[in-house]
Design a protein around this ligand. Structure first.
Ligand code: 0A1
Ligand code: ZN
Length: 882
């Protein structure tokens, strides 16, 4: 009675959305859990929409159907059909109860979707992953987010093998059975879509904390993990408590169950999952301790904990009508998470990190064959749409809306959105509608951002009239065509700006037709292809600081000269824009080096940064960022014919110039001062000093490797925590220091039984740039500790190599591409989701220089012509090839 293997499926289209003809009011699920074979009985209480006379059709993928009954009577074979992953049942009425029993095989589920085993059959535990369409791997169900049901879940299992039994919702009894087994029941009072369903069973330990919500509910918070890492969960618990308070204070949102469980697993395809009342986390984003986690990782744990918790409202209480609306929950929740992290740490540093990520991950996606709107019009495999565009660009769109409405207006709008859509499956129209209505404004022009792919180019040209004392700023927008979307329309683009005088002071702004009180910063909104904004009473020719705080996700092209950028870099009080000026100036310097022309920008950049370094009055983390030019991926985006090796060499040259201009002595002195205060403190100031120390050590290594390498070796061996240890190891590896092999061997031995720390051992080596990287990665791929079965290990070696090592992966002879294709084929047979994500590394091959382009084309064609690829990988390969 099995479904047939995967067929070529027609894409799902947004405009083909139809409300469900059948709903499920309540569902009772009984699990007889065991590693090799689990039986699931589901009783669905069905409701039928009388206006839609369609047969009952339920999703079910690769399920072994054991029995089926309708309204208490076993169904004869001619009353149901199970083909092509759909179960069609005759004779069901409004109010019918359908009971199915299926067998699952968790131990052989390497795709990590549905019910699967984490760890070994002897010691591991069982868990589920249902977003986006994993529930259909567990039972027959209308597996779509607009079907929301009340769940009662009963788990039965051997007591010794599965002492802990968990499901979402509130506990509703537990007990012992007479054959060495036990049971536990959970009832979730909140109707939820099937993708939020979860169970966990196994030998787990927990830490616990009592929490009382602002509206007076006593909640038990529990974080679960396997015994060996339970002492690394405390930081996550603190972060969870901070997140809960923040959502109460910032959005008035309270938690709504009596228990909140969080579970860590080493086997997970993504970062984490917001299952109702039972969040499941990739251990990488939950475990933290100073000996094995870097400062960056601590911040990631805090952010991901917050992200999943915030989903309880933006995603769970108000969910998505269909998967095209994915950004309704993801863009909004990323925005909420970013705001939280900005409040917890430094707002401008957080903004720098977020914009860097957007430029590194989303801009290339939006500029190549994988470009898609934040709300795509169609998909073949929904798991391929958990993209930087849906998440990161989606968050930027919410930020623009929030910026339009102001803090209080946005809160008013969010209150209305939650109140109106609570318990419902909503659309982006519902979201913009509520925000707009609560503020008596029409936000529908912003909907166009959700339907149009590609990053808009914003051109800015300023004209100062010395006689009239006016400054006319002309803004022009243009979005290049993307695959399937040749015509682009003008979008509303809010541009936050300030004008600086020659001494670096912000001017008071007087704008055409504006009567508001004078200020030094304002927002203009470009609503057409081109508009001119005129400022009056401008005493001298100004230097504009545009797109402050990155007020819209666009690529700015402004005819700044180097002197103007240097002025902003020296004087802009806004940390983000100061960094932005440094980035733009470094980019002009890169272009000068590339083209072998004058070096005005290079000189201006070096002068400004060496002066800032010498004055030593700037916040250390910001200084570290200012001293870091844009990454190789960002610069590749500017090129028509990309040669990653050359970009790498130019970037190194630029940094060497910087190191030499600051001077080896000054760098050395600065390093010694910072190294003297080495501590394990996690406060922002200590983290910032560690960050600057690392940057200074890297620069020193470029200016004077003989001095830097022994310092790095000492830092490695005396490091109080992972930030310093990994930082030192990276410097030794990248400069091919004589001390590198010993440090690597030591690290390997020390962290042999710590999976997350060992991941970083693989990653640090995979990221060492240059032609020899592939040989190293191939050797590591044969290491006894490497496995394609663990997504974190795959990301740490293969992901780091293909995504974060352009000069290594894009080897001129194409060997990197052939290596990746070979790995993809093996990986796809185990885990299609992870294979498909890795394959996106081919994105952008069309813009490579001709030699690499042909090599990549041959490999991609070969993959596309292969039989037996998963739907996930096939879709990415087909799209990337376009
Ligand atoms: N909703 C999760 C992301 C997620 C999506 C799919 C998954 O299946 C493998 C897992 C997690 C989030 O945004 O955190
Ligand atoms: Zn999310």
């Amino acid at each position: 009675m099995n479904a047939r293997p995967e067929q070529l499926t027609a894409p799902t289209r947004l405009d083909a959305y139809r409300a469900p003809a059948w709903r499920v009011e309540t569902v009772e699920l009984d699990f007889e859990l065991a590693i090799d074979s689990t039986e699931v009985t589901a009783r669905l209480h069905l409701r039928r929409d009388p206006a839609l006379p369609l047969p009952l059709r339920l999703d079910g993928e690769n399920l072994e159907l054991l029995s089926i009954a309708l309204d208490g009577a076993t169904l004869p074979p001619d009353m149901f059909r199970y083909t092509d992953n759909v179960l069609e049942v005759d004779g069901a009425r409004d109010g019918s109860v359908l009971e199915t029993r299926v067998r699952l095989r968790p131990a052989t589920n390497t795709a990590l979707e549905g019910l699967y085993l984490s760890g070994s059959a002897e010691a591991g535990f069982l868990l589920t992953q249902c977003e986006a369409e994993g529930f259909r791997h567990i039972t027959f169900f209308p597996d779509r987010p607009d079907v929301q049901a009340r769940y009662t879940v009963t788990l039965r299992a051997d007591r010794d093998r599965f002492p802990v039994l968990l499901a979402g919702g509130n506990p509703d009894g537990a007990g012992v059975l007479d054959d060495g087994r036990h049971w536990a029941r959970f009832v979730d009072p909140h109707p939820k879509p099937s993708y939020l369903f979860a169970v966990v069973a196994g030998r787990l330990q927990s830490i616990e904390r009592d929490y009382v919500t602002a509206d007076g509910r006593a909640v038990t918070l529990k974080i679960w993990s396997e015994a060996d890492v339970i002492d690394r969960c405390d930081y996550a618990m603190d972060a969870l408590e901070r997140s809960m308070r923040w959502d109460e204070q910032t959005y008035g949102r309270n938690y709504d169950l009596d228990v909140f469980h969080v579970v860590a697993t080493h086997d997970f395809n993504m970062g984490a999952m917001e299952n109702k009342g039972l969040n499941i986390f990739n251990a990488k984003y939950l475990l933290a301790d100073p000996d094995s986690s870097t400062d960056d990782e601590y911040r990631h744990v805090e952010s991901v904990i917050a992200h999943e918790y915030f989903h309880n409202w933006s995603g769970n209480r108000v969910t998505c009508r269909d998967w095209f609306q994915l950004s309704l929950k993801e863009g909004l929740t990323v925005f909420r998470e970013q705001s939280f992290a900005a409040d917890m740490n430094s707002a401008s540093l957080k903004r720098i990190e977020d914009v860097s990520l957007l430029r590194r991950a989303q801009f290339p996606e939006d500029a190549g064959p994988l470009a898609h709107p934040v709300r795509p019009a169609q998909y073949s495999e929904i798991n391929n749409f958990y993209t930087a565009t849906v998440y990161e660009k989606g968050a930027e769109l919410v930020r623009m809306l929030a910026g339009c409405l102001g803090r209080e207006g946005f809160r008013r709008g969010m209150d209305l959105y939650f109140a109106r859509n609570d318990g419902h499956a909503a659309t982006l129209e519902d979201f913009l509608g509520a925000l707009g209505e609560a503020n008596h404004t029409d936000l529908t022009p912003y909907l166009a951002w959700y339907g149009q792919a590609g990053t808009p180019r914003l051109q800015a040209r300023g004209k100062y009239d010395a006689a009239a004392h006016t400054y006319a700023l002309t803004l022009h927008q243009h979005t290049p065509a993307t695959s399937g979307q040749p015509q682009k329309h003008a979008l509303p683009i809010p541009v936050k700006l300030a004008l600086f005088d020659g001494a670096g002071q912000m001017m008071i702004l007087h704008m055409d037709g504006q009567t508001a009180k004078p200020q030094t910063e304002c927002v203009v909104v470009l609503e057409a292809d081109e508009q001119t904004f005129v400022f009056h009473d401008v005493p001298t020719a100004p230097v504009p600081s545009l797109l402050r705080g990155f007020s819209a996700p666009v690529i700015l092209d402004c005819d700044y000269d180097a002197t103007e950028l240097a002025l902003l870099l020296r004087h802009d009080p806004d940390g983000f824009n100061r960094w932005e000026a440094s980035q733009q100036l470094a980019t002009l310097a890169y272009v000068e080096l590339r083209d072998g022309g004058a070096s005005h920008a290079l000189e201006a950049w070096l002068d400004a940064l060496s002066a800032l370094f010498a004055h030593n009055d700037i916040e250390p983390a910001l200084l570290a960022n200012l001293l870091t030019p844009p990454g190789e991926v960002e610069w590749a985006e500017r090129e028509a014919s990309v040669d990653p090796a050359r970009i790498h060499a130019l970037r190194q040259q630029l940094q060497r110039h910087l190191a030499e201009r600051i001077g080896a002595d000054a760098l050395h002195q600065c390093y010694l001062v910072l190294a003297a205060e080495a501590s394990l403190s996690l406060d922002a100031a200590s983290q910032a000093r560690r960050r600057l120390k690392q940057r200074v050590l890297e620069l020193l290594c470029l200016a004077d490797a003989d001095t830097a390498q022994p310092l790095a070796a000492t830092q490695y061996s005396s490091a109080p925590g992972m930030t310093d240890r990994l930082g030192a190891l990276t410097v030794l590896l990248r400069s091919a220091a004589a001390q590198a092999p010993a440090a690597l061997a030591h690290y390997r031995q020390r962290y042999d039984d710590n999976a997350l720390a060992l991941d970083k051992w693989f990653m640090a080596q995979a990221q060492v740039p240059g032609e020899t990287a592939l040989d190293r990665v191939s050797t590591l791929q044969r290491d006894a500790s490497f496995t394609l079965k663990n997504p974190n290990r795959v990301q740490s070696l293969l992901g780091a190599f293909v995504r974060a090592n352009p000069s290594g992966f894009h080897r001129a002879d194409g060997a990197g591409y052939r290596f990746l294709a070979g790995q993809l084929v093996q990986l796809d047979a185990l885990n299609p989701q992870v294979a498909a994500r890795l394959a996106t590394a081919f994105n952008g091959w069309q813009r490579l220089e001709p030699g690499r382009r042909e090599a990549a084309r041959t490999v991609i064609d070969g993959l596309a012509d292969r039989d037996g690829l998963s739907r996930n990988l096939r879709e990415i390969v087909a799209n990337v090839r376009k």
